[in-house]
Design a protein around this ligand. Structure first.
Ligand code: ADP
Ligand code: ADP
Ligand code: ZN
Length: 228
């Protein structure tokens, strides 16, 4: 273990399982920076650029952005983050990798840096529960915090508890786009879990519980696997 070793932890699960919600709760506890590829793309969409137009083409259909572009955007972000704060002790990847090509790209990028994945947390929830969660999902337009109109409403019922920002529904949280994203998850993402299971990196958590109970399970599983 070198002095510069960084923890790479992956949080994975179907859309609506609570990855974003849990990442926001556990990342600070474990000294990890939460990096969600969906958030990176939503930031790019806000810019008026060719890259924004390219991403929008896929994003609005609920289709995956091409692997090459995704990998480039993610690693550029991690590099910028590490340059601006060299003391960062770890990254919690949310929404990446989504398929075998991305998993391989991550393995080889980490190998090149002499780094490795510390753990992969699977938060699982049955498919019929997910649609209810996603169609009620609300996101802060300023800080990205996640709420639910019924299951996790903001304290004042309207704006973000963290920063006071206004809340919106994602353009791809329609029943059609959600169904399309879930199909991609079960076809392309779930099969890569076997790769991590074989390396003894996979930790499975029941996501179909109260938010706080899920947080406790994740922290219990990750504390022994992450050097803080
Ligand atoms: P993901 O990042 O996995 O797609 P989110 O964290 O965005 O999932 O959660 C999806 C929706 O479900 C949000 O509206 C969130 O507030 C809500 N949610 C998250 N965890 C739970 C839970 N344990 N019980 C009920 N609702 C939840
Ligand atoms: P969800 O998990 O609910 O689908 P995300 O916020 O993770 O939402 O992603 C939103 C969209 O961003 C995806 O539908 C896809 O277009 C794009 N995206 C996010 N992560 C990836 C990835 N790893 N590879 C390709 N496209 C991605
Ligand atoms: Zn906010």
């Amino acid at each position: 273990m070198t002095a510069h070793s960084v923890n790479y932890v992956i949080i994975v699960g179907p859309q609506g399982a609570g990855k974003g919600t849990q990442a926001a709760a556990v990342a600070p506890e474990l000294g990890l920076e939460h990096v969600a590829t969906g958030d990176l793309f939503r930031a790019i969409l806000k810019t008026d650029s060719d890259l924004g137009d390219e991403v929008r083409h896929y994003y609005d259909q609920g289709a995956l952005v091409p692997d090459e572009l995704t990998v480039r955007v993610l690693f550029a972000h991690i590099q910028r983050m590490q340059e601006s704060d060299p003391s960062i002790s770890g990254v919690l990847l949310d929404g990446f990798p989504r398929n075998r090509e991305q998993a391989d790209a991550l393995d080889s990028a980490l190998e090149d840096r002499g780094e490795a994945i510390s753990a992969v947390v699977l938060v699982d929830v049955p498919r019929d529960e997910l649609m209810k969660r996603l169609t009620g999902r609300l996101i802060c337009s300023e800080c990205g915090a996640t709420y639910h109109s019924e299951f996790n409403p903001p304290a004042n019922g309207e704006s973000c508890d963290v920063c006071g920002g206004s809340l919106y529904q994602r353009s791809d949280d329609t029943p059609e786009a959600v169904a399309q994203r879930l199909d991609i998850y079960y076809e392309q993402t779930e099969p890569i879990l076997q790769h991590y299971r074989e390396q003894d990196l996979l930790v499975e958590v029941d996501g179909n519980q109260e938010i706080d109970a899920v947080t406790r399970e994740i922290l219990q599983a990750l504390r022994p696997r992450v050097n803080t």
